[in-house]
Ligand binder design. Structure first.
Ligand code: SF4
Ligand code: SF4
Length: 114
């Protein structure tokens, strides 16, 4: 599903008007795609004047870079190598934990009978 990078969205509502299934809302002045309604037609991606809407395959790369940027910015607040290494290790630990949580949740979701 497409995804809106809120930082880039300029609130023009062009995507909202273009969406054939009414799957885009505005939340606090930024476009928000409702995954459950979206049929993945890509019309919103094409019409956005500032390229704020990313395709499925672009999202992972974007989020990795965005995470790295944030962590590097935090690192610049530390002076010693030891502190920086500690922060990196702590980030990795937290991400491993998140990974386990997501994996466990996905496995449980697969077992749900509807
Ligand atoms: S991909 Fe198509 S259906 Fe999905 S939000 Fe964009 S315009 Fe709407
Ligand atoms: S078209 Fe782009 S800039 Fe305009 S509201 Fe949609 S996401 Fe935001």
């Amino acid at each position: 599903m497409p995804w809106v990078n809120k930082k880039e969205c300029v609130s023009c509502r062009k995507c909202v008007k273009k969406c054939p299934v009414d799957a885009i809302d505005m939340l606090k002045g930024k476009a928000l795609i409702i995954d459950e309604k979206c049929i993945n037609c890509g019309k919103c991606i094409k019409i956005c004047p500032v390229k704020a809407i990313l395709k499925d395959r672009e999202i992972v790369g974007f989020k990795i870079q965005s995470n790295l940027k944030e962590i590097k910015s935090s690192l610049s607040g530390y002076k010693s190598k030891k502190e920086k290494k500690r922060l990196i290790k702590s980030q990795i630990r937290q991400m491993r934990m998140q990974q386990k949580i997501f994996r466990g949740t996905m496995n449980e979701l697969k077992r749900i009978k509807v």
